[in-house]
Design a protein around this ligand. Structure first.
Ligand SMILES: NC(=O)c1ccc[n+]([C@@H]2O[C@H](COP(=O)([O-])OP(=O)(O)OC[C@H]3O[C@@H](n4cnc5c(N)ncnc54)[C@H](OP(=O)(O)O)[C@@H]3O)[C@@H](O)[C@H]2O)c1
Length: 252
């Protein structure tokens, strides 16, 4: 039920952080992985990491905020492997600014990278999943899909939007046997949060004190949920969100 042998997975932003943690889970379950990101050096290292787990792994360069680049990425993968069975829309970024200080260009950059990218990747992968008769799409939201933070208005909007996109795609493609779900990670130790910790020296302890599990998450904490939402065990689960946060969002 949890076996992914013979499946092809595309993980955007899979060259580090949460994307790599999820890719490792899929790789250990037997899937072939395409790591899709901009930084070729980081992607090459991630491919080696996944190959060391015994998986087939490849890098493909993409800017997920660019429609043409996304189209070319999907064509490249399908040319090589003929199908894409699992899509993880994980690539993301943030810019920390109060709403009144956020220029439109930065708002658009965040929305394009975090939200529009997921629509583009899903739209372009869809015909291949439909043709093969099944598919799994996993969108990576955030605690900011639920909560508001004053200095992350565009990030929060993009992550809230991802939950609604998840529901729309799930409803649209349920009859094609394509399941679409979202994962909302809590506070995970990655480059993204390391930068946040540098900018706000009190952040680390505040999160620790507010997380019932008493620790920050590691990228390995995301491996299991990726396998579950990518395998047959979740075939009747679609349009939902799975929170992976050590209890952060359950605490009042
Ligand atoms: N860390 C957390 O606590 C946390 C919590 C909730 C949600 N998340 C979400 O989890 C996802 C991964 O974040 P992370 O924490 O693992 O941060 P990260 O290590 O900075 O990873 C971000 C990834 O996205 C890729 N990326 C960014 N812009 C891209 C673009 N335009 N085109 C292609 N790839 C792009 C980056 O690769 P390149 O730079 O090589 O392109 C990188 O692999 C994000 O969506 C983030 O919002 C993180």
């Amino acid at each position: 039920m949890f076996d992914l042998k013979g499946k092809v997975a595309l993980v955007t932003g899979g060259n580090g952080g949460i994307g790599l943690g999820m890719a490792r889970g899929l790789a250990k379950a037997g899937a072939s992985i395409f790591v899709a990101a901009r930084n070729e050096e980081k992607s090459a290292a991630a491919v080696q990491d996944l190959q060391s787990l015994g998986a087939e792994a490849f890098a493909v360069q993409v800017d997920v905020s660019d429609e043409k680049s996304v189209g070319e990425m999907v064509t490249t993968i399908v040319r090589q492997c003929s199908s894409i069975d699992i899509l993880i829309n994980n690539a993301g970024m943030n810019i920390r600014k109060q709403p009144q200080d956020l220029p439109l260009a930065q708002w658009r950059q965040i929305m394009d990278t975090n939200l529009t990218s997921a629509f583009l990747c899903a739209r372009d992968v869809y015909p291949h999943m439909k043709r093969s008769g099944s598919g799994k799409i996993i969108n990576i939201g955030s605690m900011l899909s639920i909560f508001g933070v004053s200095h992350l208005p565009a990030y929060g909007s993009s992550k809230g939007g991802l939950v609604q996109l998840t529901k729309s795609l799930a409803v649209a493609w349920a009859m094609d046997n394509i399941q679409v779900n979202a994962v909302l990670p809590g506070w995970i130790d990655t480059d993204l949060t390391r930068t946040a910790n540098e900018k706000d020296p009190t952040l680390y302890e505040r999160i620790l004190g507010r997380t019932p599990a008493g620790r920050w998450g590691s990228i390995d904490d995301l491996a299991g949920v990726a396998v579950f939402l990518a395998c047959r065990a979740s075939d009747f689960i679609t349009g939902t969100t799975v929170v992976v946060d050590g209890g952060y969002s359950a605490l009042c």
